[in-house]
Design a protein around this ligand. Structure first.
Ligand code: FPP
Length: 269
């Protein structure tokens, strides 16, 4: 097991704006609801882990305490994802716009991402998780943080139980711009530029598009996350602040996902 839910989740507020949640509210993070069909899992779930700062502020704590509590939530969700056999999980850990946050918080987040890897890497590896980082390399990312990311990537490169992608210094627009730059660098003529050519130059062309994208904290926006990839993703929003989010909430999102009808622009029925 990675780590069980900490008391931070004990006084959870009402679990969100997605309906049909009340009945599942007693579910502990370890209980997979009977309604979740493991044979029809989303291939890939993306998570916008939002609300750490507000969680901390509501307790009179510094924002950084919210990120620490957010780590519990993240690994509870990873635990839950492994439990049901999810193959791809991508979480938004730092955006290309998050450099605009107060310098102290940015410094904390850089350091936090490094120490998070040292705390979690070996167990993730033992559990067969491939760790990858999607985003731009950037001189503002301290070298030791980059080294920790490279080491985690190399150590876990052969794992296939689940791929956990941390979107770090990631921006959806930046990813598309980088793909266009690669098209130009590869000398692809305009008449050969198509969706396949561009997709194959995204950060991870082997990554399936997310079927389901979850955002916590009651904000209904995408904030530059996986812009190309989520063209046909199902979106699921929770009012829970990220530190209160648990695998039970992931399961709730998946159950609701499994009840939706996807049309991809075609007709239903
Ligand atoms: C998007 O909202 C949310 C993110 C980019 C996630 C940021 C998450 C962290 C900094 C903490 C990561 C936590 C762990 C446990 C690794 P936004 O605030 O960037 O965008 P907005 O201004 O549109 O809301």
């Amino acid at each position: 097991m990675i780590r069980r839910a900490s008391p931070v989740g004990a006084a959870r507020p009402e679990a969100g704006a997605n309906g049909a949640q009340a009945a599942a509210d007693e579910a502990t993070p370890d209980v997979v609801p009977a309604g979740l069909d493991r044979s029809r899992l989303p291939a890939h779930v993306g998570c916008v882990m939002d609300g750490n700062g507000r969680w901390a502020a509501s307790r009179g704590l510094p924002r950084t305490e919210g990120h620490i509590a957010g780590e519990e939530a993240l690994f509870n969700v990873v635990d839950g994802a492994l439990e049901i056999g999810l193959k791809w999980l991508t979480v938004y850990a730092f955006s290309t716009e998050n450099w605009r946050r107060p310098p102290d918080e940015v410094r904390f987040l850089m350091n936090f991402n490094e120490t998070l890897l040292s705390r979690r890497r070996d167990e993730l590896h033992r559990r067969g998780v491939r760790i990858r980082f999607a985003g731009r390399s950037d001189r503002r990312v301290p070298r030791r943080v980059q080294r920790a990311m490279d080491e985690a990537t190399a150590l876990t490169a052969g794992n296939r139980t689940m791929t956990l992608t941390l979107a770090f210094n990631y921006g959806g627009r930046a990813e598309i711009v980088d793909a266009v730059r690669a098209l130009v660098a590869d000398g692809v003529p305009a008449h050969k530029v198509n969706e396949r050519a561009l997709s194959s130059r995204l950060y991870f062309p082997d990554m399936p598009d997310p079927d389901l994208v979850i955002r916590s904290s009651g904000e209904y926006r995408i904030s530059n996350f996986l812009l190309w990839e989520l063209a046909y993703s199902e979106l699921w929003f929770s009012d829970l602040l990220w530190p209160d989010f648990r695998s039970a909430d992931l399961y709730r999102a998946i159950v609701e996902f499994q009840q939706r009808t996807r049309r991809y622009g075609g007709a239903s029925g």
